[in-house]
Ligand binder design. Structure first.
Ligand SMILES: Nc1ncnc2c1ncn2[C@@H]1O[C@H](COP(=O)(O)OP(=O)(O)OP(=O)(O)O)[C@@H](O)[C@H]1O
Ligand SMILES: [Mg+2]
Length: 247
């Protein structure tokens, strides 16, 4: 499989702080890749650079064959980005929020009606189409944000902690939707702080203080560390690193 996302020494500094430090990774088309790390590790900053929303200080990245700095317009046409705090309009209904984003992406006519109906079906949100977004549960809000992100049929989906604060049942629903999208050939690059969720990814990258400290399929990480689950593997990897650093 050819790489659809590639980074070369991708780096972002904020004054003295290096938020993302020489990141090298590549994601294959059709893969679901999970970037995992503690608060402040550099996950959102990485995603913003890959989506062409923030320039790297050093290094480069390409997404769908386009350089994220020189060709950020072309990148944005190919991707959907669901931010950690996605902008829904609380006083608008589900349908009105979708209409707003459809207008933004210039999606019109019969195709628009068909796509909206299909997304509402897929996410089982049809019964709530007239409900104000502010009155939706956390899980439903995330599903609405996902629908808005999918309206322009992206090839690659960037999701920043999409299930944070969502109950287990809604998380399962959300994953069912992701698997369906993967079957349709979409590539997913997500960040998550739930390690049980990261175990569902094809490959996981562990990021710590801006550095990618390990990148492998979850099973390989577990085998290497002898941990029963990814959480154990993750903690062992980070502790080993801290150990080395001590004098
Ligand atoms: N615009 C900014 N200006 C200055 N510092 C920033 C900026 N954006 C991020 N940072 C810093 O860069 C580091 C990485 O932040 P980032 O948001 O990428 O982390 P994260 O892994 O997404 O964390 P979280 O899990 O809390 O969302 C943090 O120390 C943060 O304070
Ligand atoms: Mg973040």
């Amino acid at each position: 499989m050819p790489a659809i996302i590639e980074t070369h020494d991708l780096t972002r500094r904020f004054d003295a702080l290096t938020a993302v430090d020489h990141l090298n990774l590549s994601v294959a088309e059709g893969e679901i890749f999970g970037l995992v790390g503690p608060d402040g590790a550099g996950k959102t900053t990485t995603l913003r650079m890959l989506c062409g929303l923030m320039d790297p200080t050093e290094g480069s990245a390409s997404v769908a064959g386009h350089d994220v700095v020189r060709d950020s317009r072309a990148v944005k046409d190919q991707i959907g980005y669901m931010a950690q705090r996605f902008g829904l309009y609380g006083d608008l209904t589900v349908q009105e929020n979708m209409d707003f984003y459809a207008d933004l992406f210039d999606i019109t006519g019969a195709f628009r009606a068909e796509l909206t109906a299909q997304l509402l079906r897929m996410t089982r949100m049809e019964p709530f189409r007239e409900r104000q977004a502010s009155r939706l549960s956390g899980g439903m809000k995330q599903k609405l944000a996902l629908m808005c992100t999918l309206l322009h049929r992206p090839r690659i989906l960037f999701l920043d902690e999409p299930t944070n604060g969502v109950d287990p049942v809604s998380r399962r629903d959300f994953w069912a939707i992701l698997y369906q999208l993967l079957q349709e050939g979409i590539t997913v690059f997500m960040t998550t702080s739930y390690l049980d969720e990261a175990e569902r990814c094809n490959r996981v990258g562990l990021i710590h203080r801006g550095k990618l400290i390990r990148c492998a399929p979850p099973e390989v990480m577990k085998q290497e560390t002898g941990a029963a689950n990814l959480e154990g593997a993750f903690l062992k990897t980070i502790f080993a690193l801290e150990e080395v650093k001590r004098p």
